[in-house]
Design a protein around this ligand. Structure first.
Ligand SMILES: O=C(O)CCC(=O)C(=O)O
Length: 452
C-alpha cells in the first residue's frame, strides 16, 4: 500500500470499532466529558502538527500498548511450571532443518563474540501470547499447563513495565529529531566520531553531515554510479536485485581504491567505536528508488532481533527531498529497553521484562504499520531532507522503511553494509539470490575489508 511520508491513516481505536463506546450513557454526561477531551484533542493536534512540520515526525495513533504491556505482565506472573512449558515450546519451535530462530544466534557467531546471543526462552512468552494484529488488538491467550487462562498481572511487573516503556518513549521522542541525530564532521576531528557513535548507540541511527567523506571519495562514488548507469541493460541486470516495493539494488563491482577509502574513513571509525569488536565489510551497493514507481515499504528490520550485527551506511549522492522517498525510522527500536547491555543470565523460571518488551514492541510496530503511517512507539522519524554527501548510518535491527518516490527524479543512495562479528556476512548470505557476478564482486570487497 503506497504510503506518503506525511499522511496518517488511522483506523478507529479497537474499542470504538467493536461498538463498545458508551452508547447507553446520557447526553449531558457525554457533553460534559467531551468538552475537556475536545480541548485536549485540539491542543494535541496543534502540538503534533507543529512537530510534524518541523521535524518530519508523526504521532502514533493506534493504542495497542496497554494490551501488550498487560500481557507481558501476565507472562511475568506465570508459575515456574508454566514458564518451563513455554521454554519447552520455544525449544520445539527452534529445532528442525528449516527453523530460522530470531532469538538464538548460530553457535559459531556466539563463540566469536562476547555478546548476549541466546534469548529464546526469554522472548518466547511475548511472541506466543502478546502479539497484535494490524488494528492493534491482542491475540487470544494460548492455554498453558497451569495457566489455562491468563494469570492476573502482578502490580510489580505492571509498574516495572510501565517505567521501561516510558523510558523507551522518551528515547524515541528525543531521537526523532534531525537536529539531534545530525553530527557535523570536520576533517581530522575525533570528538565528532565519539559523538556519532553515542547517537548511534542511543537512537540506532545517526546522520553524519559536513565532511563525512572527502570530496575525492564522493567523486569516486559518483563515477562508479555513472559507470553502472552506462552499462548495457544485460550487464546491469547481472548486478541487480529487486527489493521491497519496487526498488532495485545494484551491487558495485569491486574497486581497490574505493575499498581503501572506505577502510580509512570516518565511517569506519564510527563503526569501530560503536561495535567495539571486530567486523567486516559485507557488500557495497546502490539503492535506487525509481521516480513514480517505487512505493512505500512496510516497516521492517534487516536482522530479526539482535542489534550490532548488520549495519547500513547510506550516502546521499544527490539532494534528497521529501517526495523522493526518504527512509523512515523508529528511533531506539534496535534495543528497546537496552536489554542487550545487561549481562544477567536468566533461568527458564523467569520472564525478563526487558527482552519480552523488546520482542513484543517490535512485533506490534510491524503489525500496525500495515494500517497506519506512523507505526513507531511514540514518534516516527522521517528526515526533512538530506543534503548531498550526508551519510546516514543505522543498525539493521532498527525498524525502518523506504518511502515512496513520487518525484520525477530517481533517488540513488550508495549503501555500504557491514557485518559483525566477522563471519556473520557468510551466515546471513544476503546476496544468495544474486548472480555469480554479484557473488564474485562481493567476495572482492569482503576480502579487502576486515576491521578489528
Ligand atoms: O530505500 C530505502 O530507503 C530503504 C531500503 C530498505 O530498507 C530495504 O530495501 O530493505
Amino acid at each position: 500500500m503506497p504510503r506518503g511520508p506525511r499522511t496518517v491513516k488511522a483506523p478507529l481505536p479497537e474499542k470504538q470499532q467493536s461498538g463498545q463506546s458508551s452508547r447507553s450513557r446520557t447526553s449531558w454526561w457525554r457533553a460534559s466529558c467531551l468538552i475537556p477531551i475536545l480541548i485536549l484533542f485540539v491542543a494535541c493536534l496543534l502540538a503534533g502538527t507543529d512537530q510534524a512540520a518541523s521535524e518530519g515526525v508523526h504521532q502514533t495513533t493506534i493504542n495497542w500498548t496497554h494490551g501488550v504491556l498487560e500481557c507481558l505482565a501476565r507472562c511475568a506472573s506465570l508459575s515456574p511450571k508454566s514458564l518451563k512449558a513455554v521454554a519447552a515450546l520455544a525449544e520445539k519451535s527452534s529445532t528442525g532443518p528449516n527453523s530460522k530462530n530470531p532469538w538464538r544466534l548460530p553457535r559459531e557467531l556466539c563463540n566469536a563474540s562476547t555478546r548476549h546471543c541466546d534469548v529464546l526462552h526469554e522472548a518466547f512468552c511475548a511472541a506466543l501470547q502478546c502479539t497484535v494484529n494490524a488494528s492493534g488488538s491482542l491475540g487470544k491467550w494460548m492455554p498453558l499447563t497451569d495457566a489455562i487462562k491468563a494469570p492476573q498481572p502482578s502490580a510489580q511487573a505492571t509498574s516495572a513495565l510501565s517505567t521501561m516503556f516510558q523510558a523507551h518513549e522518551k528515547c524515541a521522542t528525543r531521537c526523532a529529531s534531525q537536529d539531534y541525530l545530525s553530527v557535523e564532521i570536520s576533517p581530522g576531528e575525533h570528538d565528532s566520531v565519539i559523538l556519532a557513535a553515542e547517537k548511534l548507540t542511543e537512537c540506532g541511527v545517526v546522520h553524519l553531515t559536513g565532511h563525512a567523506w572527502p570530496t575525492r571519495t564522493l567523486d569516486m562514488f559518483r563515477q562508479q554510479v555513472s559507470a553502472l548507469a552506462s552499462m548495457s541493460a544485460d550487464e546491469q541486470s547481472g548486478l541487480a536485485m529487486h527489493l521491497r516495493a519496487n526498488r532495485t539494488e545494484f551491487f558495485l563491482p569491486f574497486d581497490a581504491e574505493l575499498a581503501e577509502a572506505i577502510s580509512n574513513s570516518t565511517l569506519t571509525s564510527v563503526m569501530q567505536k560503536y561495535l567495539q569488536e571486530p567486523f567486516a565489510l559485507d557488500y557495497v551497493s546502490v539503492l535506487t528508488a525509481i521516480a513514480g514507481i517505487s512505493g512505500s515499504q512496510e516497516l521492517h528490520s534487516d536482522v530479526a532481533f539482535f542489534p550490532r550485527m548488520s549495519l547500513s551506511a547510506h550516502t546521499a549522492l544527490q539532494e534528497i527531498t521529501p517526495n523522493m522517498g526518504l527512509t523512515l525510522f523508529c528511533p531506539c527500536s534496535h534495543t528497546i529497553s537496552r536489554w542487550h547491555n545487561k549481562t544477567t543470565s536468566h533461568s527458564v523460571n523467569s520472564f525478563p521484562l526487558d527482552i519480552g518488551m523488546a520482542a513484543a514492541v517490535r512485533q506490534a510496530s510491524r503489525a500496525i504499520s500495515k494500517s497506519i503511517a506512523s507505526p513507531c512507539v511514540g514518534v516516527t522519524y522521517v528526515p526533512k531532507g538530506l543534503a548531498p554527501g550526508t551519510l546516514t548510518i543505522y543498525d539493521g535491527a532498527v525498524l525502518h522503511a523506504g518511502l515512496a518516490n513520487s518525484a520525477s527524479t530517481d533517488r540513488r543512495v550508495l549503501n555500504i553494509n557491514f557485518a559483525a562479528p566477522p563471519g556473520y556476512e557468510v551466515i546471513r548470505n544476503y546476496t544468495s539470490r544474486c548472480s555469480n557476478r554479484v557473488q564474485v564482486e562481493t567476495a572482492g570487497w569482503r576480502a579487502k575489508c576486515h576491521f578489528s
